[in-house]
Design a binder for this molecule. Structure first.
Ligand code: SF4
Ligand code: SF4
Length: 97
């Protein structure tokens, strides 16, 4: 692992989350579009590795780890991700800004 990656992981590890266990603020609009999406860039552009490949090539969303960077609003070529901020009182809490 490069030093740069190690530093990013370290920084992400210092972030605190108030997890909303009852509601995901991220959703896939249409699973069929994901099956048609060959490159599946969401598996790479998310800094928190929120999007993962599940059984039968389904996209799983580990929304609890979302850093609220907003990249998935623009990174999905099919505009297939419904993105919103977590409900009030939940989400990421950055220590330094
Ligand atoms: Fe689905 Fe968008 Fe991910 Fe492609 S990039 S697999 S369409 S969520
Ligand atoms: Fe990942 Fe950023 Fe999208 Fe959250 S907002 S799921 S951290 S790309």
């Amino acid at each position: 692992m490069s030093e740069k990656v190690a530093n990013i992981d370290e920084k992400i590890g210092s972030v605190k989350f108030y997890v909303d266990e009852a509601f995901s603020h991220l959703k896939i609009k249409d699973e069929k579009s994901c099956f048609a999406c060959r490159e599946k860039p969401c598996l790479n552009f998310c800094p928190a590795n929120v999007y993962r490949l599940g059984e039968g090539e389904r996209i799983l969303i580990v929304y609890q780890a979302c850093l609220e960077c907003g990249s998935c609003r623009v990174g999905c070529p099919f505009k297939n991700i419904l993105w919103d901020y977590p409900r009030g009182g939940f989400g990421v809490n950055y220590k330094f800004g």
